[in-house]
Design a protein around this ligand. Structure first.
Ligand code: AMP
Ligand code: MN
Ligand code: MN
Ligand code: MN
Length: 283
């Protein structure tokens, strides 16, 4: 083996049509591989059903693969995303837990549709549904794509700022999984729990400290340092958090769509060398 063969290009956070991505699992695998990814995880929101197809395609391409999921969690009144990596995707507690977590999505989407109607956006529930590939998983992203394509907003970000983000008129709060449930399900399925895109949460410094401490006490092990959601300044900030709390470091583009990607699959800079990667002891 040459030295070059040893370099791991990891992308451990992305989405397919099984949740709010626009490419089927096989196509996400091909894009990751074409972009140079050597270690890949598919991490759809609250569902593992894309994993078998993703695994099979990764195997065909000779790309290392671990099963993953991004679990929606409510902690201290806000949504936090916890990525589970290298899980057994057939684990009953995890599979059943995820089914319960996503269970309220359709009713929530109908309510979002009613609220958007009051804001002058017509037929958004039906519109969002036309963007949904997996009926078990309708998300705000599907609404946002509909609103942009109908000309209500110039960008997905603008939809979230005006209509669907936390505190906006069409935002329907959800009670997702608890932090303890998410970490317990992931660990019970043999996986590793990782805090996704910490730079996106609107917590105070004291709340962040409580989140990190609680997560660690519950058995959480990792944090995303490199993610498509972070600025270079935030790469440094969360590398420092990983050092301070003793977290393993993860790296994932959070790719959803070729048109929407700020950072494409496999295009993040490498982790700082002194951090221990979340994959350090994977075979
Ligand atoms: P949901 O799980 O239905 O609450 O939808 C959350 C999803 O919305 C996230 O996984 C992102 O894909 C998307 N999202 C959240 N905030 C934004 C934003 N500001 N801009 C674009 N997409 C966003
Ligand atoms: Mn998403
Ligand atoms: Mn997320
Ligand atoms: Mn994500």
């Amino acid at each position: 083996m040459t030295e070059e063969d040893d370099i791991i290009i990891a992308d451990l956070h992305c989405h397919s049509t099984m949740s709010d991505g626009v490419l089927p699992p096989q196509e996400v695998a091909k894009r990751a591989h074409a972009n140079g990814v050597t270690l890949w995880a598919l991490t759809d929101h609250d569902i593992l059903d894309g994993v078998p197809a993703a695994r099979a395609q990764a195997k065909e391409l000779g790309m290392e693969f671990v099963a993953g999921v991004e679990v929606s969690v409510t902690w201290s009144g806000h949504t936090v995303h916890i990525v589970g990596l290298n899980v057994d995707d057939t684990n009953t507690s995890l599979v059943d837990g995820l089914r319960r977590v996503r269970g309220g999505r359709t009713e929530r989407a109908r309510e979002m549709g009613r609220r958007l109607d009051q804001m002058g956006v017509k037929d958004s529930y039906e519109g969002a549904l036309s963007y949904v590939s997996n009926p078990a998983l309708i998300s705000r992203t599907h609404f946002a794509r509909y609103l942009v394509d109908q000309g209500y907003s110039p960008s997905l970000q603008a939809v979230f700022s005006k209509y669907l983000g936390d505190g906006c008129p069409a935002h329907v709060p959800m009670q997702w999984a608890s932090l303890e449930q998410a970490v317990t399900w992931i660990r019970g399925a043999g996986g590793r729990a990782v805090i996704a895109h910490p730079g996106r949460y609107n917590y105070s410094p004291a709340q962040f400290d409580a989140l990190f401490e609680t997560f660690r006490e519950l058995g959480g092990e990792g944090i995303e340092v490199m993610t498509g959601s972070h600025t270079p300044e935030q790469y440094r900030e969360y590398a420092e958090v990983a050092r301070r709390y003793g977290f393993l470091a993860s790296c994932g583009s959070d790719f959803h769509s070729p048109r929407e990607a700020r950072i494409d699959l496999g295009h993040l800079p490498p982790l700082p060398e002194d951090l221990t990667p979340v994959w350090h002891d994977w075979q």
